[in-house]
Design a binder for this molecule. Structure first.
Ligand code: SAM
Length: 262
């Protein structure tokens, strides 16, 4: 897959290519990220990309010509292109959208600045994407977020098994993770993770995942169709809860064993 970012601040965006799994995937040829400077698609001495708004008012507006010329160039150079515009007015990015976008051969991300882009630029755009209900000074950070979230679904960038266990992949939040040491400053890793019983470990993970989702994202939990393993985990959770209540003593959380309370 190829992601192309159109920006007036290419140096700002380029760090997205330079770290972690994305840098490794680029190195291995699994992913290509091109960053194009919109100013390279201007024709005046000062490489101007913005102008005053028709009708007056504060701020500047990004001119349409550099976007159209850059889009033409991408079409000529890379072939078929899916174009998104970063915009607080767009659909909010989520895991499903990132996964869909990862199937595109060429994804062009346009970064706005100032008051935004001339409305006619939207004729080039397949989808406007927001990264949340707040306003950024420019589309660069949004483009970097999109690049990162989309890249994780490109085969070979992150281990498939790991992506599938991440939050939201299966409309659940991820379970807690622990590493060595087994005890740190009085905080113990849950016994089940040290037990070597893989079936119980999986049941605990499913139960923790369901518990966290129910507590933090009841919208996801309530709209869920539970698998057999999840039903088993829910029953186990209830049994543990009943045992805990029956003991009626101030003991640690029966499920995590980490000292947290329900
Ligand atoms: N006047 C615009 C409005 O209120 O909708 C905001 C323009 S903002 C200062 C400049 C650029 O930042 C936008 O054109 C867009 O590219 C980007 N941007 C700002 N907030 C964003 C968000 N939440 N998601 C994605 N892009 C955003």
């Amino acid at each position: 897959m190829r992601i192309i970012v159109a920006t007036i601040f290419p140096d700002f965006v380029k760090v997205v290519k330079e770290y972690g799994v994305i840098a490794q995937a680029i190195e291995k040829g699994k992913l290509d990220i091109q960053i194009l400077n919109l100013r390279d698609f201007t024709h005046d001495k000062h490489r101007i990309v913005d102008d005053y708004p028709y009708g007056g008012g504060p701020g500047m507006v990004m001119k349409p010509e550099p976007f159209f010329e850059l889009h033409d160039y991408c079409g000529r150079t890379f072939g078929e292109i899916y174009t998104v515009l970063t915009s607080p007015q767009g659909v909010t990015l989520n895991n499903k959208l990132a996964m869909e976008l990862s199937k595109k051969k060429n994804l062009l991300i346009l970064c706005g600045r100032y008051e935004g882009v001339d409305e006619r630029v939207k004729n080039l755009v397949d989808l406007e994407i927001s990264i949340g209900d707040y306003v950024l000074s420019g589309g660069e950070l949004a483009a970097m977020v999109i690049c990162d979230a989309v890249s994780r679904f490109v085969p070979g960038v992150v281990e498939e098994e790991s992506v599938k266990r991440d939050s939201f992949y299966n409309d659940l939040l991820d379970h807690p993770h622990y590493t060595r040491p087994a005890e740190y400053r009085g905080m113990r890793v849950p016994d089940v993770l040290l037990s070597g019983d893989h079936e119980m470990v999986e049941l605990w993970r499913t139960a923790e995942s369901l518990k966290l989702t129910a507590l933090r994202r009841p919208d996801l939990f309530l709209s869920r169709e539970f698998s057999t393993q999840e039903k088993k985990a829910l029953v186990w959770l209830l049994q543990e809860l009943v045992r805990y209540v029956e003991r009626r003593q101030d003991s640690p959380d029966p499920l995590s064993g980490s000292g947290k309370r329900w």
